[in-house]
Design a binder for this molecule. Structure first.
Ligand SMILES: NC(=O)c1ccc[n+]([C@@H]2O[C@H](COP(=O)([O-])OP(=O)(O)OC[C@H]3O[C@@H](n4cnc5c(N)ncnc54)[C@H](OP(=O)(O)O)[C@@H]3O)[C@@H](O)[C@H]2O)c1
Length: 242
């Protein structure tokens, strides 16, 4: 039994990854606030969790991961996919509550999920693998999306820290920068006022110039190359390489 655990399966890339993996006979656990009506069947389960609510997250994940571990999967892959752009705005306008909420979903929750995953799936038998979905924003700041960039830079360090601590041959942790995808996140970015997101024209141009890639197309490549293929522990993969 091959299993994938994906955060944020209601829309966008997470939904497309879940659909692709289900079509390829994986068992899929979705984690998030709501499932997608497009996902279902006997091999799909859903653990309801708001990734901003860090106090209750560990218990919810521990329960869901234990149920998977009890079925002794031959392969298990965690895809830290969920993210929010709710904290868009320039530094000086954000406020503590928005900062805490944004970093909870985009950084603390994936660290908690990775910590819980490593505890739940120790040992070589299940080939544990973690894919952290990052962004080019981890490398280059985007004016008005500093919280997103800060979190993604931290997420990329999570990958490197996992690789430094787990050098077993069966374990793999990687970062994915998935390119620009036609999802509700892009829609949210191009709908921002320039006062909050000074580079909003770039996001409008991604859409107008037809550069956004369909989520299903990205998901097919991610599954073939990064879930099923050989990977280098600790490495960052860009969409162009898939
Ligand atoms: N789209 C792009 O061009 C692009 C580019 C670079 C990187 N990425 C990365 O790719 C990944 C997927 O992005 P996407 O474009 O598919 O985004 P999306 O369509 O906005 O989907 C984000 C997912 O995260 C979930 N989520 C957000 N806040 C949550 C919370 N508090 N608790 C639980 N789940 C929550 C959403 O669920 P709800 O329905 O509950 O909100 C949704 O399922 C993200 O890590 C993103 O940073 C995207």
């Amino acid at each position: 039994m091959r299993t994938a655990i994906i955060t944020g399966v209601s829309t966008g890339l997470g939904e497309a990854l879940a659909a692709r993996l289900l079509a390829q006979d994986y068992e899929v656990l979705g984690v998030g606030r709501r499932p997608s009506p497009k996902l279902g069947g006997a091999r799909f389960t859903f653990a309801r969790a708001d990734l901003a609510q860090l106090d209750s997250l560990e218990a919810a994940l521990t329960r869901a991961f234990a149920a998977i571990a009890a079925r002794k999967p031959s392969q298990v892959c965690l895809i830290n996919n969920a993210a929010t752009v709710g904290g868009v705005g320039t530094l000086g306008t954000l406020g503590g509550a928005a900062i805490a909420a944004d970093l909870a979903v985009n950084l603390a929750a994936p660290v908690i999920a990775a910590d819980c995953f490593c505890r739940s799936f120790a040992g070589p038998d299940c080939e544990p693998r973690i894919v952290n979905v990052s962004s080019g924003a981890a490398q280059a700041p985007i004016a008005g999306a500093s919280l997103y960039s800060i979190a993604k830079a931290g997420l990329e360090m999570l990958t490197r820290a996992l690789a430094a601590e787990h050098d077993e041959r069966s374990f793999g942790a990687i970062t994915l920068r998935p390119g620009i995808i036609d999802t509700p996140m892009q829609q949210a970015m191009r709908g921002q006022p320039a006062a909050r997101l000074p580079v909003v024209a770039m996001f409008r141009d991604f859409h107008a110039s037809g550069r956004l890639v369909a989520p299903a197309e990205v998901a097919a490549k991610v599954v073939a190359r990064l879930v099923e293929g050989e990977i280098d522990n600790g490495r960052t993969y860009t969409y162009a390489e898939l």
